[in-house]
Write a new protein. Sequence first.
Length: 483
Amino acid sequence: MASPTASFGVSTKAAPKATSNATPRLVIAGTHSGCGKTTVSIGLMAAFARDLSVQPFKVGPDYIDPMYHQFVTGKRSRNLDGWMLSPETIRHLFARNSSDAELAIVEGVMGLYDGVGINKDVASTSQIAKTIKAPVILVIDGGGMSTSAAAMARGYQGFDPGLQLEGVIFNRVSGMGHYNLLKEALESHTGLKAYGYLPKDLGLKLPSRHLGLIPSGEIEGLRARIDRLVAHLRDTVDLDGLQQLAARASKPLEVDPLPVWAIPVGRKVRIGVAYDDAFNFYYWDNLDLLEELGAELVMFSPLVDQELPPALDGLYLGGGFPEVFAAELAENSGMLASIREALEGGLPYIAECGGLMYLVDEIEDLEGRPHPMVGWIPGQVKMTKRLQRFGYADLELQAGCVLGEPGARIRVHEFHRSEAKVQGLPQAFRLSKRRPGQEVREWGCSFIKGNGVAGYPHFHFYGNIDFARSFIEAAYTQKGDPR
């Protein structure tokens, strides 16, 4: 299906002037994955949120860490991704989402300078910190070290002189004596400040499974674990010093407004959004944008609800863990039939990763057991023991669809351990990956059927707002109210 004719356009109203954001902020970075960055970030968010309004952020395309951020702060965490979003967009989203907060805490991704390939200035924590003019606290695993930790910190300190690396929090420290050695070495050899430590063997390790941490909503007793973590932080970390650093070292952020898009008038379109334990991988800025473009979002549960909400004009099936809940999804025959009937009737839809898995004939789980799904996309999804796709890519539309016309482009992310075996449907996207010193790789991983698309890539619609506009226009056309 070709996309509806573009009709929203740029507003003729005078564009708003640039604004300045002075929200105190901290970026919590790590030397590498597994050093304790997430534990420290969640603990700091939870500790400060007891007394302050804390806005959490996450560097990169992660969905699960932000769930923990929301759990401890009560605020939806936002993603700041230097590959999918421009620096101007990152500053805009940071400023808009933190404008009413007393403190913003940004959890980094991987190691401080890890970006796309060997480029530290694309999609790294350091890139985001410089983009939003924020001071950085480095988390170092101090286990088995003393003065060597200072050498490590000095390397990170000198690698990019334009970065505001201000201090260190040590993880896995044996006790106060060990911490004093680390602190003295750090401060005498680097001039960086030691803001405290977390002891080893806290018994607070968060459980994981095949795509990383288990989402916060599935963990029993999480509140008690967080309370223990906060208690440790209050004893061993200089929280007052960190708050003062955030206020002192955060530079005013000048924010240029994004283009003002005309918002449809009159009736809103109703977009059903699958949201429960099986489907919860969404960028909240995506959902906000859909609302700004004229959508009323109606959340529903494929696990619990027996049918789709009434009078929908579009359907958004995000990612998640349908393979973990495949038996429960298969048992809900009423919802399976309701979705299949709606799609057969021409309902516009987007299905991302887990959404694609849900729409096929069946999912074969990691134990080799088949589970019937919606049966809209003819084929099977099979779970595998290793990642099939992981990382960033460029996406180009191959055919006109609810996301736009052929040739439209957007940057995306893929992360999945399943394979889709589908035949007889046209490909919606062509993905490509270009890395220095490597051949360009291209592949397809999406399908067009009816009035929508299903594929593995995850979108951040602020990477190309026209993709979101096209979907909303398709919903208006379905409603019989073209714009």
